[in-house]
Design a protein around this ligand. Structure first.
Ligand SMILES: C[S@@+](CC[C@H](N)C(=O)[O-])C[C@H]1O[C@@H](n2cnc3c(N)ncnc32)[C@H](O)[C@@H]1O
Length: 268
């Protein structure tokens, strides 16, 4: 056991991970000294980091509710992260207790914590896989058990694609998942951009490159839109996190949450 409660095998605890940094910003307990040290440096670069992460979780909730209301009953959540408040299966199963969710992450700690949470939830499962290998995810027995590719799917890539460098061809990776989904499926993405606060984004990229297990690759609006090829954007399109169908008071400066968020519906 460790101070984070679970000893994730081979997780490289001296090297901060995206999953544990995110947990740190969310005020979770599943992070270690190295994560907190880098987390504090990132907070110096972007004092608004906790609010951005909170806005991202709120977007995740609104997107899953939107998809559930649109009739989606099965979700593939790539880069699902350490369970936090209001996880995808909890939101989706509130709308329909039969909704099915497959979580995918490549971080041992995420897998351990997700398995704990999902004990006794037969309609949700977690797969340890690298999302850069769609064929492995799509052939996984838990994916095949829970996801019916004859029915529309909600594909979630929330705050994960900016960990995939251009050299890994993230557009083709997303397309490989999208290609197997029937028309009427949805793709939800949030992604850090370097348009609103270029200096801050560059500092964050430098800090992650130098210290973390995951490097960060912020992108421009047009670059993020490439992921939605073959999808029709749901209103209001690809916008700063708080601007996507906010159900409360939109902050005065939405660009301070410098992640773009959008949802698209797969065309026939
Ligand atoms: C910042 S967290 C986001 C968690 C969740 N999607 C959310 O928005 O609340 C990013 C997650 O993506 C995972 N991740 C990063 N690269 C990945 C990859 N190549 N394959 C699978 N998971 C990956 C990390 O381990 C981490 O748990």
């Amino acid at each position: 056991m460790t101070d984070a409660g679970v000893a994730p095998e081979g997780a490289g605890l001296d090297r901060p991970s995206a999953a544990r940094l995110y947990d740190f910003f969310l005020g979770g307990k599943h992070n270690y000294a190295a994560d907190r040290e880098l987390g504090r440096k990132l907070l110096q670069a972007e004092p608004n980091a906790r609010e951005i992460v909170k806005e991202n979780r709120d977007f995740l909730g609104r997107a899953v509710r939107y998809l559930s209301e649109a009739g989606i009953r099965q979700f593939l959540d790539l880069g699902s992260g350490i369970p936090a408040q209001e996880n995808v299966h909890e939101i989706a199963q509130r709308c329909d207790p039969e909704a099915r969710v497959v979580y995918v992450d490549n971080d041992e700690g995420v897998i351990a914590h997700s398995k704990q949470l999902l004990r006794g939830s037969p309609l949700a499962s977690v797969i340890k896989a690298d999302l850069r290998h769609p064929e492995a995810v799509l052939a996984h027995p838990e994916f095949r058990r829970l996801i019916d590719l004859g029915q529309p799917v909600g594909l979630l890539m929330i705050t994960v694609l900016h960990f995939i460098p251009e050299s890994d061809d993230p557009v083709s990776i997303v397309a490989e998942y999208a290609n197997v989904l029937p028309a009427g499926s949805y793709l939800a993405i949030s992604h850090a951009t370097n348009e609103a606060a270029p200096g801050t984004a560059a500092k964050v990229e430098d800090l992650m490159r130098a210290n973390a297990a995951n490097s960060a690759h912020t992108r421009k609006h047009a670059e993020i839109m490439r992921f939605f090829d073959g999808f029709e954007m749901v209103e209001p399109g690809l916008v700063y996190l708080p601007l996507w169908r906010h159900d409360g008071q939109v902050p005065e400066h939405p660009e301070r949450a410098w992640f773009y968020a959008g949802v698209g519906r797969k065309l026939a």
